[in-house]
Structure formats: C-alpha cells, structure tokens
Design a protein around this ligand. Structure first.
Ligand code: HEC
Ligand code: HEC
Length: 267
C-alpha cells in the first residue's frame, strides 16, 4: 500500500519538477542578463576612472585637471579616443616639455592604459573613435580601388608627405613625417584628428572607403621596394626547415666535437 502511493506521487512529481526547472531557468535568466549588462557598464566606468587617474598624473600639467586646457596645452574636449590613441600610441604624448612639434617615440604606456585614457577623454565630449579592424580591412580592395587610393593620396596628402609618403619639410622648422612605418590604425586616426598643421579629413570629406583606399595604396607603395628584403620573415616552411636543419645539425656537430675532446682529455 505504501509502495503504491509513493509510486503515484512520483508520477505526478515529474511534470511538477519539469515546471519548477523551467521556472528556475527563467528566473536565473531574468536575474543574470541585466546583471551582465550592469557588469559591462561597471567595467566601462572603471575604465574611465582608471583613464582619469593616468590622465591626471601624466597629462593634466598641460591639458588641465579635467582636460579643459591650459596655456601649455589645448583643451581635449571633443578630440575623441582616436586623437588619444594616435598621440599616445605614436609616443607623441605625453610631451616631455613644450616644443614646436612633439616627435614620435616609443610609448611607455600599455594598450590598455591608452584605451582607458581614450575612454576618459571620449567621456568629456564625443569625438572620432578608434577604428575597428573591419574599417581598416584592405584585403578586398581591387586594383581599381588601389589606383583611386593613389590618386586621393596625390591630391590630398603628397604636398606635405611626398608622393610615396616618405615625408617632407614644412615652413618654420616643422615637418610632415615619413609614413613608411606608420601603422594602418595611426594613418586612419591622423586623417580623422589632424595633428598639428595637418588638416582634419572628416568622414564627410573623406569616407571610410576613401581612407581604406589610401591605406591600401600606402601598403602597396611601401611593400614593393622591400620584396625579398627580410632574412627569415614570412619566406615559408622551406627556409624555416633549412634553418632548423642547419642549427640542429650544427649543434649536434658541436656537441660531438666537445664529447670527443673531453674523451681525448680523459685518456
Ligand atoms: C608638456 C605639455 C604636455 C603634456 C604633459 C601632454 N600634452 Fe598633449 N599636447 C600638448 C600640446 C602643446 C599639444 C598641441 C600641439 C601638438 O599637437 O603637438 C598637445 C596635443 C594633444 C592632443 C591632440 C589634440 C588634438 O586637437 O588633436 C592630444 C589628444 C593630447 N595632447 C593628449 C595628451 C595626453 C593623453 C597626455 C598624457 C598622457 C598629454 N597630452 C600630455 C602638450 C602636452
Ligand atoms: C598641410 C600638410 C599636411 C597634409 C596635407 C597632410 N598631412 Fe599628414 N601630417 C602633417 C604633419 C605636420 C604631421 C605631423 C604632426 C605631428 O607630429 O603632430 C602629419 C602626420 C601624419 C601622420 C602620422 C605619421 C607618424 O607615424 O608619425 C600620418 C599617418 C599622416 N600625417 C597621414 C596623412 C594623410 C593620409 C594625409 C592625406 C589624407 C595627410 N597626412 C595630409 C602634415 C600634413
């Protein structure tokens, strides 16, 4: 009798359990998903806070405690994360001391620190953003589009940077740097933010497609004279295999020689 009743119980329990499980899943989902986006907001505000701290330590002497500018440096309201990424990423900022033109140098900041300062500056007022990998993707450009990039570069950039982007002097001791080693991201950001005497090329003047074509043109212009110039980089498995073979066999020969000498001494 007892056995029977438990059996009836368990048969009813199955759908109830299933229902409970569904409700539980629903509840977990309802609680977790807003929590997850809350987490993202929290991460974003920690990033801004971290950026503000780095900014106040390294930049505020010239740009003001809240980026409002001083006699030593301009206001950064509205210059955007792209300007910060360009200026810090190329090592121009922080400027060591006030001078005519901040030279590019190796940056001592990590990508994460630069991104946080960028997020802080972007929080002051909206401005140009750091481009996505998608925006910079030049792999699908046709020969026609690359030719158009060359034309755009010639009309808009070569007066200062030279037709191949090798750089050139400007009046009053200023100079337009060589673009041979500049990353695609920094080329894009320079166009959007116009550092120093360089004009700003906004999206209304130069679309992302135009920018991509210019970057694609510079890539081809700069890769041509370099063909075969690298020792090992990207030559492929044959050279790498040969390299490994020579080093591998070479070290075996050295070890054999050492063993032979040791053996001879031991005699
Ligand atoms: C010694 C003073 C000095 C310090 C320190 C300094 N800057 Fe600058 N900054 C300048 C001056 C002057 C300019 C404008 C001339 C130029 O672009 O070279 C400038 C320009 C900029 C620009 C370009 C603004 C625009 O209109 O596109 C950005 C962005 C910037 N600074 C960010 C920073 C950040 C971030 C730091 C700290 C990591 C920093 N600066 C530290 C003096 C300074
Ligand atoms: C009126 C002259 C002028 C024109 C036109 C001009 N630039 Fe510049 N460009 C400059 C100067 C000056 C700098 C250096 C700014 C600095 O050091 O703060 C510069 C810097 C750059 C840099 C940074 C290079 C690096 O790694 O240090 C890039 C990239 C660049 N320009 C690309 C372009 C492109 C692309 C165009 C055309 C769409 C263009 N420029 C048009 C004057 C010019």
């Amino acid at each position: 009798m007892r056995f029977l009743s438990t059996k009836r119980h368990s048969r009813a329990a199955k759908p109830v359990l299933l229902l409970l499980a569904l409700v539980l899943v629903g509840c977990v989902y309802a609680f977790v998903s807003p929590a997850a986006s809350g987490q993202a907001d929290a991460n974003a505000s920690t990033q801004v806070a971290q950026g503000k701290e780095i900014f106040q330590q390294n930049c505020s002497s010239c740009h003001g405690l809240n980026g409002e500018g001083t006699t030593q440096g301009p206001s950064l309201a509205g210059v955007g994360a792209a300007a910060v990424d360009f200026q810090m990423g190329t090592g121009r900022m922080p400027m060591a001391r006030p001078e005519a033109q901040a030279p590019a140098k190796n940056t001592t900041f990590t990508d994460e620190e630069i991104a946080s300062v960028g997020a802080y500056v972007a929080s002051l007022a909206p401005g140009p953003e750091v481009p996505s990998a998608q925006t910079l993707n030049t792999s699908g450009l046709s020969a026609e589009e690359l030719a158009r990039g060359a034309e755009l570069f010639k009309t808009n950039c070569s007066a200062c940077h030279n037709i191949e982007g090798r750089g050139g002097a400007l009046p009053e001791g200023a100079f337009a740097p060589s673009l041979m080693k500049t990353s695609d991201k920094h080329i894009y950001e320079a166009m959007r933010t116009g550092p120093q005497q360089m004009p700003v090329f906004s999206k209304s003047v130069m679309t992302d497609q135009d920018a991509r074509e210019i970057i694609g043109y510079l890539q081809t212009a700069h890769s041509e004279p370099n063909n075969g110039g690298f020792a090992l980089g990207g030559i492929g498995p044959v050279t790498e295999g040969l390299f490994g073979w020579i080093i591998g066999i070479g070290s075996l020969v050295l070890i054999a020689g050492w063993l032979a000498r040791k053996g001879a001494r031991a005699k």
